[in-house]
Design a protein around this ligand. Structure first.
Ligand code: THU
Length: 138
């Protein structure tokens, strides 16, 4: 990951933070997923008055990437309005796992742009995968 590129991604994530729709928690989150072709897809959390209908920023970004075609993620960046780094929730770890290659990096961005990185395997050991060819169909 080149430093100049990372700085630009962090700046874009910070620019997008106000766009998060988070009137219930007040926590704004933005995420970028980088696919293996080097493209970047961005998303923010979108809450709903019916709370479980809310969508995390990572899930939003994954939906944008899948919509555009590329589906193999090699890196995920997450920024938030909180004073500490935010790591993807459990559900988003599984969603990232579904679309990522082994060793996919999760980069958590702190309030002053400081970065911490973990692999998806560190965040989700023994993640659940189904081979579509072998998936049981009922
Ligand atoms: N949230 C995300 O968007 N991503 C995460 O990784 C953690 C939590 C959102 C969900 C909810 O809108 C708000 O942050 C507070 O939980």
């Amino acid at each position: 990951m080149s430093r100049a590129n990372t700085r630009a991604i962090v700046a874009e994530l910070q620019r997008l933070l106000p766009n998060a729709h988070a009137p219930y928690s007040g926590v704004h989150v933005s995420a970028a997923v980088e696919t293996t072709d080097g493209r970047l897809y961005y998303g923010v959390n979108v809450e709903n008055a019916a709370y479980p209908q809310g969508v995390c920023a990572e899930a939003s970004a994954i939906s944008v990437a899948v919509t555009q075609g590329p589906t193999v993620i090699r890196r995920v960046y997450v920024a938030s309005s909180l004073p500490e780094q935010v790591w993807p929730c459990g559900g988003c770890r599984q969603k990232i796992f579904e679309f990522s290659q082994a060793g996919c990096e999760i980069v958590a961005i702190g309030p002053n742009g400081e970065l911490a990185t973990r692999t998806i395997e560190q965040l989700l050991p023994l993640g659940f995968r189904l081979d579509p060819a072998k998936a049981p169909r009922v």
